[in-house]
Ligand binder design. Structure first.
Ligand code: AMP
Ligand code: ZN
Ligand code: FE
Ligand code: FE
Length: 304
């Protein structure tokens, strides 16, 4: 059985719709997909419909942006109560911070590049902004803010690509969107300990995503992971595109020493990243152990 536990759709910065993801999953014989859009769970309803349509199972999730020791970490949260207000408040604040940061970076870039917010709204994938624009009840700024789309640098990359300045997101991240560049603006997501508490209180299960990637310039030690475990962390992503063999070994050893579950995933973003759907997977017994601890239940598709 093949289970991919980390996938992004057009509800955040992926370039494939939820339907396209499940259709592709069926084509490549994936059995279960977890939808883990950044700081949102708005795609869960669509994903649930896709279980019946394609017979592919679904695990509800999100990838939550956090801060730990002054550095950014992504925390995967699965099978939590999507209506729990404390966690929803964290996600909502993160979307607001992302929006303010997006606007500031957009303004910085527009000093040197010929780009406009209206152009962005018209083509952004997966969102139907046109009615609001035609009715003209709101400013472009408000329409974008009210959309709830968790905006990030990949969206800025897409604006620059659409305007003809770059060919792909990678080129943008290596140049104008790089933190060393003058256009860059940071944003402050929630503290990881607060997020761990909120997800656990919402009946969910947490997994630290791609945390051992040297590319991201981090060096997590035993004591760091122990602290996170003591605050409710349930697992580590071991097999991931950005982990080389040594990173995987380190994540594996730490998960064994600390009794954390081991996850593997693609972190698929459609055409937005080279990662291929299903290129790494998580074992079914791991999913069953997780499910036994959570409020939510896995939709197993045709399997059950
Ligand atoms: P942000 O949190 O907005 O600063 O941007 C981080 C997001 O950009 C994450 O969702 C990554 O998946 C994505 N990302 C990071 N590096 C790249 C890259 N080189 N190409 C495409 N997407 C990237
Ligand atoms: Zn992403
Ligand atoms: Fe991530
Ligand atoms: Fe991701």
């Amino acid at each position: 059985m093949r289970i991919d536990t980390h996938v992004h759709s057009t509800h955040s910065d992926g370039r494939s719709s939820v339907d396209e993801i499940f259709s592709l999953a069926k084509k490549i014989n994936l059995d279960v997909v977890a939808l883990t859009d950044h700081d949102t769970n708005v795609g869960w309803g669509q994903a649930n419909s896709c279980v019946d349509k394609y017979g592919v199972g679904f695990i509800p999730g999100s990838e939550i942006s956090t801060i730990f020791n002054g550095q950014a970490y992504h925390l995967l949260a699965y099978l939590y109560d999507g209506d729990e207000p404390v966690l929803q408040n964290i996600l909502s604040k993160s979307k607001d911070a992302r929006f303010e940061r997006f606007i500031r970076m957009f303004e910085n870039l527009s000093k040197d590049y010929d780009i406009s917010l209206s152009d962005f709204l018209v083509y952004v994938q997966g969102m139907n902004f046109t009615d609001a624009l035609v009715n003209n009840d709101f400013s472009v700024h408000d329409v974008l803010k009210n959309s709830g789309l968790p905006l990030g640098r990949p969206h800025l990359a897409d604006v620059l690509i659409k305007a003809g300045y770059f060919e792909n997101r990678e080129q943008c991240f290596d140049t104008v969107l790089h933190p060393c560049e003058k256009y860059y603006v940071p944003y402050s997501p929630a503290n990881i300990l607060d997020v761990l508490r909120a997800v656990n209180n919402a009946g969910g299960f947490t997994v630290l995503a791609h945390a051992f990637s040297k590319k991201r310039g981090k060096s997590l030690k035993y004591d760091d992971i122990l602290l996170l475990k003591n605050h409710g962390l349930g697992g580590l992503e071991v097999n991931h595109y950005e982990h080389d063999l040594k990173d995987r070994q380190k994540a594996y050893e730490l998960s064994c020493r600390l009794g954390l579950l081991q996850f593997g995933s693609s972190d698929y973003h459609g055409s937005g990243k080279p990662n291929k759907l299903g290129e790494n997977t998580t074992r079914v017994d791991t999913i069953l152990q997780m499910e036994a601890k959570t409020f939510g239940k896995v939709r197993w598709g045709w399997i059950k």
